[in-house]
Design a protein around this ligand. Structure first.
Ligand SMILES: *[C@@H]1O[C@H](CO)[C@@H](O)[C@H](O)[C@H]1NC(C)=O
Ligand SMILES: *[C@@H]1O[C@H](CO)[C@@H](O)[C@H](O)[C@H]1NC(C)=O
Ligand SMILES: *[C@@H]1O[C@H](CO)[C@@H](O)[C@H](O)[C@H]1NC(C)=O
Ligand SMILES: *[C@@H]1O[C@H](CO)[C@@H](O)[C@H](O)[C@H]1NC(C)=O
Ligand SMILES: *[C@@H]1O[C@H](CO)[C@@H](O)[C@H](O)[C@H]1NC(C)=O
Length: 177
């Protein structure tokens, strides 16, 4: 209960601060990021990766991921830069701007839709060993989002940087035909 009310006031403060002029922007995004980290609920619920024959050639694959919103108002994700791996070694990275923002309802979940061009930093062949593990650690995630959106429109733009999340369930599909 104490946690929820401090969350509420923290968010209120974050939103008030972020609505204020530029100098406060840094404090507000740190605060919202800290609140989400403190909640102990990762933003990412799972990852599906699709490996094709081209993946073996260009070291790129496409993924979808699930996003969850621990907050009591709608969030819309506009872009995500992320790095994921195992034991602190980066295996995959992407920088994706959603053509249409991903609307995550209050206390709800949403699917990212296809994120193409995820780069396998260690190369496709060297990454085969991590497939059976069935999970990835998100080493870093920076998100541009809008808080308090209405069906994905309007809202207060915020940048959250430096989130991480261990042990995100990852499913691989081989589409080799
Ligand atoms: C992954 O794929 C499964 C089966 O198609 C689906 O049920 C699940 O929602 C997908 N998860 C994500 C995060 O895209
Ligand atoms: C990760 O680290 C653990 C413990 O140090 C080790 O057992 C495991 O083999 C490592 N996995 C990979 C994929 O490097
Ligand atoms: C991600 O892509 C955007 C647009 O292409 C670019 O402005 C930004 O610098 C990139 N960020 C990183 C961390 O590569
Ligand atoms: C993905 O990469 C390919 C080639 O590397 C490029 O042609 C394509 O435009 C990229 N797609 C996106 C959505 O960035
Ligand atoms: C990852 O989470 C699964 C449950 O989702 C659990 O069974 C497993 O032990 C966890 N692995 C690590 C390395 O934390």
């Amino acid at each position: 209960m104490a946690r929820l009310s401090s969350l509420f006031f923290g968010l209120l403060a974050a939103l008030l601060v972020s609505a204020a002029p530029a100098p406060s922007a840094l404090e507000s995004r740190d605060l919202l990021g800290e609140i989400i980290d403190a909640l102990g609920i990762g933003l990412v619920t799972g990852i599906n990766a699709t490996i094709t024959l081209e993946t073996l050639v260009d070291n790129q694959l496409s993924i979808t991921f699930g996003a969850q919103n621990p907050l009591i108002f709608e969030l819309t994700l506009d872009s995500v830069v992320s790095s994921a791996g195992i034991n602190g070694t980066e295996y995959a990275t992407f920088n994706h701007t959603f053509t249409k923002g991903v609307v995550v309802p209050p206390l709800g979940t949403a699917n990212s839709g296809i994120v193409p061009n995820v780069t396998l930093t260690q190369g496709a062949i060297n990454s085969l060993a991590i497939i059976p593990l069935g999970y990835l650690d998100i080493l870093n995630i920076d998100i541009h989002l809008r808080a308090l959106t209405i069906d994905g429109a309007l809202g207060i733009p915020l940048t959250i940087t430096g989130l991480h999340q261990k042990n995100v369930t990852t499913t691989y599909t081989l589409a080799l035909s």
